[in-house]
Write a protein that binds this ligand. Structure first.
Ligand code: XUL
Ligand code: CO
Length: 438
């Protein structure tokens, strides 16, 4: 078998003081943090679409990525060679999970049957490589946004035959995910929204989307796929407005259409930022509804305002993310998928390693910082104390629905003006910062 990344050895853990660069300084897979190894807490995944298929183009310039193993063709043989290169990358970078869209791994054929045959051929190769290396599929998905037929949406298209095509793709992508033992399946509705309300029947589109997801749930049960279904929120880009715009909108949609028991959320940092929320807000909304499933770990570029999908190098943010993950008791089916691309200027294969090492070390440090913040306990103690008045008899009665508005009025009349105290935000920020350096 040929070597695709010659000269690069398996990345070792070498500790913070290492002088080499192709090493982990923080990610020590076997180190136990909060009851599990870092490897099991973080569940790192690489995104096939970025790692193998992103040419690193931008709206003004051609792709720059160098991929010596790729002949640039849409042949099935080339698709199968890419799989070999990808698994060598996963092995050398010590990433044990991956995620893909059907069309990242295999080219579309002429018609449904041909496309399915091609996908089967690449799936055989993925399975072979999984068995050879022990790597696992974190989640699969169908690409329902690149092909021009989806220009008006897939499950929300104004054309019923386009809807049927999307259904065919999801059927097959879910079956392939099942064959590969995937832990989950993602629905990201890149085209499920609108450019203008002047030509859009929003209510009808939402009804169609909900029906589509119910059909997917039925199919899941029919084929015996036990992985977790996820919705991935994003407010805009490519559409002006996407229906799954943020965590709260997704949860509302899932509840309204009786889908809430079948889905969790796959939350992406850059999407949270585009929604005008912090990532921690999005995670906490999902966690509060017991619907936090998995994470697309990247970051945006604050002064750009579009989906730049940068590799996550922000220690503060990674710590916030890991606080939420630990708070929910860790991942079950989900993980941290680097839905991130190198900068257009970082076009050498070597940059794939630098990029993933950056993300992995950042999240390893975030995990340790989050665990230290939790062990220290002073922020949690402050929050508990801040709400202590709710532990009174009155608080208990309100929380259990055992008091009326007029009884509360009576109570207010007897206590006088309540004494309010400081929220101490800056003090808490300083405490948080103490745990970041490591
Ligand atoms: C696009 C995005 C997708 C999903 C999977 O912004 O995040 O790649 O993660 O379809
Ligand atoms: Co994503």
């Amino acid at each position: 078998m040929s070597e695709f990344f010659p000269g690069i050895e398996t990345i070792p853990f070498a500790g913070a003081s290492a002088s080499d660069e192709l090493v982990f300084r923080r990610y020590d897979p076997e180190k136990v943090i909060a009851g599990k190894t870092m490897h099991d807490q973080l569940r790192f995944a690489s995104a096939y679409w970025h790692t193998m298929r992103n040419p690193l183009a931008d709206p003004f310039g051609a792709g720059t990525a160098i991929a010596p193993w790729d002949d640039g063709s849409d042949s099935v043989e080339n698709a199968r060679v890419r799989v070999e290169a990808f698994f060598e990358f996963l092995e050398k970078c010590r990433i044990d999970w991956y995620c893909f869209h059907d069309r990242d791994v295999a080219p579309e054929g002429v018609g449904i049957a041909d496309s399915e045959r091609i996908l089967d051929s690449v799936t055989d190769k993925l399975l072979e490589e999984q068995q050879r290396t022990g790597k696992q599929l974190l989640w699969g998905t169908a690409c329902l946004f690149i092909h021009p037929r989806y220009v008006h949406g897939a499950a929300t298209s104004c054309l019923v035959d386009v809807y049927a095509h999307a259904a065919a793709q999801v059927c097959k992508a879910m079956e392939v995910t099942h064959t590969l033992g995937g832990s989950g399946y993602v629905f990201w509705g890149g085209r499920e929204g609108y450019g203008s309300l002047l030509n859009t029947d929003m209510k009808r589109e939402l009804d169609h989307l909900a029906r589509f997801l119910h059909l997917a749930v039925e199919h899941k049960h029919r084929i015996g796929f036990e992985g977790q279904f996820y919705i991935e929120p994003k407010p805009k880009e490519p559409t002006t407005h996407q229906y799954d715009s943020d965590s709260a909108a997704c949860l509302n949609f899932l509840r309204e259409y009786d889908l809430i028991d079948h889905f969790k959320l796959n939350i992406e940092t850059n999407h949270a930022e585009l929604a005008g929320h912090t990532m921690r807000h999005e995670l906490q909304v999902a966690r509060s509804a017991d619907a936090l499933g998995s994470i697309d770990a990247n970051i945006g570029t604050p002064n750009l305002g579009w989906d730049t999908d940068c590799f996550p190098g922000n220690l503060y943010l990674a710590t916030e993310v890991m606080l939420e993950v630990l708070e929910m008791g860790g991942f079950t089916n989900g993980g941290l998928n680097f839905d991130a691309k190198r900068r257009r200027e970082s076009f050498e294969p070597l940059d794939l390693f630098h990029a993933h090492i950056l993300g992995m070390d950042t999240f390893a440090a975030g995990l340790e910082a989050a665990e230290s913040i939790r062990t220290d306990g002073s922020i949690a103690a402050f929050i508990e104390e801040r709400y202590a008045s709710w532990d009174s008899e009155l608080g208990r009665r309100i929380e259990s629905g055992d008091i009326s508005l007029s009884e509360l009025r009576e109570h207010a009349g007897t206590v006088g003006e309540p004494a309010v105290v400081s929220g101490r935000q800056e003090r808490l920020e300083a405490i948080f910062n103490r745990f970041l350096s490591g």
